[in-house]
Design a binder for this molecule. Structure first.
Ligand SMILES: [Zn+2]
Length: 395
C-alpha cells in the first residue's frame, strides 16, 4: 500500500476533530472527507463504493468491513452540516476545540450532528474488520441529508443494483445514545401563484396573486388546526400530532399594482400514522377549485407546485431485532421518539430494519457553539466495541 495515503489519527476523538475541521456545509463539496475515509479504508485493504451527485461534486461512500461475511449491520451517517452564517459563536465553528468546563466537550459545527458518530465508527474500522462476529459491518456515509435526504437515495439504489442486502441499519443522529424508533416526516413544497396584473383601480380585470396565495395559505392553516383538534395523538413526540406551516412568502411590486406573482413555501410534518402525501393532495385540490374563477379572468392564471423535499416519517418498533441490538450495545433501558427527520424512513422503505442512535443531543445541533460531550463520545466508543465483539444478533 502506498505510504502517502493519509492516516487516521490514533484516537476516536482526534478522528472526530479531523472530520469537524473539514468544511462540509451542504452547499459545498464533501469529497475531501469522502476521499479521506476512502483512502484510509484502502489502507486496511477495504474498497469503498462511491456514488456521486449529478456534477460529481459530492459523493456517498459505502464500505463493507468483513467481505467474506454475507450481510451486515450498516452504521450510517450524513457527512454534510448546516451552515453557521449569522450565528454568534464563541469558538471557531471549524476549530474542533476541546474545553474542559463545564464538562469536557468538543465544539464545532457537525460535532453532534453527526461527525461524532462517524468519527467514532471509523476509528473502529480495524476492529470491525477483525471481528469474530458472524456479520459484517457496513459504513454508509451520505451527502445532502440536511437539505432533503437526497444523497442516501443514490446510495440505496446502488446497493439494490449491486445485490447488497444489509441486515439492518443504525443511524447515528444525536439521540444521546438512546435508541429512537420513530420520527415524523418532513414534506416541503413551493407554490407559485400566477395572477393577472392591473392598475390597482381596475381590480375586476385582474387576478390578485397575493390574495389567491393567501386563500391557499389559509387552507394550510385550517389543516394545521384540524390536525391539532382531530388527529389521534401519538404520545412521545413533543407535538403529538401532525403539523403544517408556511415558512416563506413573497409577492407584489408596488402599492398601486395588482400583483401578478406570489410564491410561498410550506411544510407538513406528519406523524408516522398520518400521510403527508394525502395532505398535499388536499392543498392541490383546493388550488384547482380556486383556479376556476381565476381562469375566467385570465386563462394563464393558476397555481404551480414544486416539491422541495419529501422525507418519509419513520416507525420502527421496540421489539425489532435492530432496536434490541442498539439497546444491548448502548445499555439504554428505554427507547425514544425524536422530533427531527432522518434517513431512517428511507432505509426502512428499502426493506432494511432501522434504528436511530448516536452521541450528542439534537438540542445542540444546528445551534451556535454546537458541541458533543466527551462522555457521549466515550459511550459511543463502548457501543462500537460491543458491536465488534457481538457473537450473535438478537432475533
Ligand atoms: Zn443530522
Amino acid at each position: 500500500m502506498a505510504d502517502n495515503l493519509p492516516m487516521f489519527p490514533n484516537t476516536a476523538l482526534e478522528l472526530v476533530q479531523s472530520l469537524v475541521r473539514m468544511n462540509t456545509v451542504s452547499q459545498n463539496s464533501n469529497l475531501e472527507l469522502i476521499h479521506f475515509v476512502r483512502d484510509e479504508l484502502l489502507r486496511l485493504g477495504v474498497r469503498s463504493r462511491l456514488t456521486f451527485n449529478a456534477d460529481k461534486s459530492k459523493a456517498n461512500l459505502f464500505a463493507t468491513l468483513g467481505e467474506n461475511k454475507t450481510a451486515g449491520i450498516i452504521l450510517s451517517g450524513h457527512t454534510d452540516t448546516v451552515p453557521w452564517d449569522g450565528q454568534d459563536w464563541s469558538v471557531p465553528p471549524l476549530g474542533a476545540v476541546v474545553q474542559a468546563l463545564p464538562e469536557p466537550r468538543l465544539y464545532g459545527r457537525g460535532s453532534a450532528d453527526m461527525k461524532g458518530f462517524i468519527g467514532v465508527a471509523l476509528s473502529h474500522a480495524e476492529q470491525f474488520l477483525n471481528s469474530p462476529a458472524p456479520f459484517a459491518v457496513h459504513l454508509a456515509l451520505s451527502y445532502d441529508e440536511e437539505v432533503g435526504c437526497f444523497g442516501v437515495r443514490e446510495l440505496i439504489a446502488d446497493l439494490r443494483e449491486a445485490g447488497i442486502k444489509p441486515l439492518a441499519c443504525i443511524i447515528g443522529e444525536p439521540t444521546s445514545m438512546v435508541p429512537a424508533i420513530a420520527h415524523k416526516g418532513v414534506y416541503r413544497y413551493r407554490c407559485c401563484v400566477r395572477g393577472k396584473e392591473a392598475h390597482s383601480s381596475l381590480t375586476p380585470k385582474s387576478v390578485n396573486a397575493i390574495e389567491m396565495a393567501a386563500r391557499l395559505i389559509g387552507k394550510v392553516r385550517d389543516m394545521a388546526e384540524s390536525f391539532e383538534r382531530d388527529e389521534p395523538r401519538y404520545e412521545g413526540f413533543d407535538v403529538p400530532f401532525s403539523t403544517a406551516s408556511v415558512g416563506q412568502f413573497q409577492g407584489g411590486i408596488a402599492d398601486n399594482v395588482v400583483p401578478r406573482d406570489a410564491w410561498f413555501h410550506y411544510e407538513f410534518r406528519d406523524l408516522p400514522t398520518a400521510n403527508a402525501r394525502l395532505m398535499q393532495q388536499e392543498i392541490v385540490a383546493q388550488a384547482r377549485r380556486l383556479e376556476v374563477a381565476m381562469k375566467q379572468v385570465a386563462p394563464e392564471a393558476g397555481f404551480q407546485f414544486e416539491t422541495i423535499c419529501e422525507i418519509p416519517s419513520f416507525l420502527g418498533s421496540a421489539d425489532d431485532p435492530v432496536t434490541l441490538l442498539a439497546r444491548q450495545l448502548s445499555g439504554a433501558q428505554r427507547t425514544t421518539e425524536v422530533a427531527f427527520g432522518t434517513e431512517a424512513g428511507i432505509f426502512k422503505q428499502a426493506g432494511i430494519p432501522t434504528v436511530v442512535c448516536g452521541p450528542g443531543s439534537i438540542a445542540q445541533a444546528h445551534q451556535p457553539d454546537e458541541y458533543v460531550s466527551l462522555t457521549q463520545l466515550a459511550q459511543c466508543e463502548r457501543f462500537m466495541q460491543r458491536l465488534s465483539a457481538t457473537q450473535s444478533l438478537p432475533s
